[in-house]
Design a protein around this ligand. Structure first.
Ligand SMILES: Nc1ncnc2c1ncn2[C@@H]1O[C@H](COP(=O)(O)OP(=O)(O)OP(=O)(O)O)[C@@H](O)[C@H]1O
Length: 387
């Protein structure tokens, strides 16, 4: 995918001489390391100049749920007549771990690259910490540590050299912390990148981005190629980042990871923000399946906001019924008891169920999900989710 930093004349005006490291190639590949080409170090020249001063303070007060770290209004990206992202409006608050879900090609990476100013939007705008992502992408990237899904590292360097290189480049760079992360992930930093396995390279990229204590951390499939033990360690680091007052955007195809770490989640489908929800809402949702003799079932008015019923008629006398519920099960169970159902089965309404419904374009009892796309709703929704 094309990156704006390669072609943007503004970038070249700012950084006419990108940093290069010219030692001989070990494997025949180019060893030239141009930070402008590497999202792990998106703006080296500028970052070096600010490294002399103290790292800026974390944005906002992590205890104040009202702070909006990221905001998109009608954001879109069009290639010819194809919409990679369309009319995307959302807000992410300080201290959120915000999950991005969606099938391959849904637009997750496009959204992330628009947020970081690597791509120009064709509609709408995005701000990160109040900074316009298109107008001042360099300032945005100084506040963000970003792990791309296809992180490229200089193959000729040893692990420790890579950590030093990137730590020096970022205003929040913290070599000590990066080394600690590498140790925690049991990565041998003496090995050259060219001789590392795919998983080792992923660990090294994680050590690079989890070192700087930026206000915003964006991780695109951070656990890809990692074994289960290391995955758990990485998720723990994500939670620690949140506990340290940072905001995290986590794109992943592994639903259990999103369930275990995120407090909010957005589903993208065919370039559209198809659904957004608080995980606390999900944990209060259940799906019941059973057999009934009735072909249709009337939901009492009092429960209409918290129950969604579907029946699948059969030519036999027994029909299948599916009841999705939200909130307190007490009154719902009383009503279910009155329905004379057979073979009742209850299960928590996991993220997979929501994912599959969104993927298929089906309703997910939408009335039960908080709409947080409007910044004015956020504070109220935040306090509800955290209470
Ligand atoms: N430069 C481009 N020109 C044309 N189409 C593009 C370009 N970049 C991305 N796309 C298309 O935009 C859509 C969204 O791509 P994107 O990389 O954002 O998906 P994704 O949700 O991150 O997918 P994955 O989970 O596979 O990483 C895809 O259909 C992709 O082919």
């Amino acid at each position: 995918m094309a990156q704006r930093s390669l072609i943007c004349p503004v970038h070249f005006a700012l950084f006419p001489k990108p940093t290069t490291i010219p030692p001989p190639s070990l494997d025949g590949e180019s060893t030239r390391l141009n930070p402008l080409e590497n999202p792990l170090a998106p703006n080296a020249g500028d970052l070096r100049s600010t490294k002399m001063g103290d790292a800026p303070e974390l944005f906002g007060d992590p205890d104040s749920p009202g702070d909006i770290v990221l905001r998109c209004d009608g954001l879109g990206k069009r290639y010819g007549d194809f919409d990679a992202l369309r009319d995307c409006s959302l807000c992410v608050g300080a201290g959120d771990i915000f999950g991005l879900l969606g099938p391959n090609g849904a637009g997750k990476t496009t959204l992330i690259r628009l947020l970081l100013g690597y791509l120009h939007p064709t509609a709408g705008r995005a701000t990160v910490l109040g900074i316009d992502a298109e107008d001042d992408s360099v300032a945005v990237r100084r506040q963000v540590a970003y792990l791309p899904g296809d992180a490229r590292l200089p193959r000729h360097m040893r692990g420790d050299g890579v950590l030093k290189f990137f730590a020096e480049m970022h205003p929040y760079g913290d070599l000590q912390r990066s080394r600690e992360v590498a140790e925690l992930l049991e990565l041998d930093l003496k090995t050259r990148v060219a001789f590392m396995s795919t998983g080792m390279r992923q660990k090294l990229a994680l050590a690079v981005v989890l070192g700087p204590q930026t206000p915003l951390l964006i991780l695109d499939e951070p656990t890809a190629n990692l074994d289960p033990t290391v995955r758990a360690a990485v998720l723990q680091l994500v939670i620690e980042a949140r506990d340290n007052g940072r905001t995290v955007i986590l794109s992943s195809h592994v639903l259990s990871e999103i369930e275990d770490t995120c407090n909010r989640v957005a589903f993208l489908r065919r370039g559209r923000l198809a659904h957004e929800m608080w995980m606390s809402d999900l944990f209060q949702r259940h799906r019941m399946t059973a057999i009934t003799r009735e072909t249709s079932i009337e939901v009492p008015d009092a429960l209409k906001g918290s129950v969604h019923v579907r029946t699948r008629a059969s030519k036999h006398a027994a029909h299948q019924i599916q009841i999705d519920t939200a909130g307190d099960l007490g009154p719902i169970l009383k009503w279910i008891d009155s329905l004379n159902l057979k073979q009742i089965r209850f299960e928590p309404y996991g993220l997979r169920t929501v994912y599959e419904a969104v993927h298929a374009g089906e309703p997910v009892a939408t009335a039960l999900i908080t709409d947080t796309s409007d910044a004015t709703n956020m504070e109220q929704a935040n306090s509800r989710a955290r209470s």
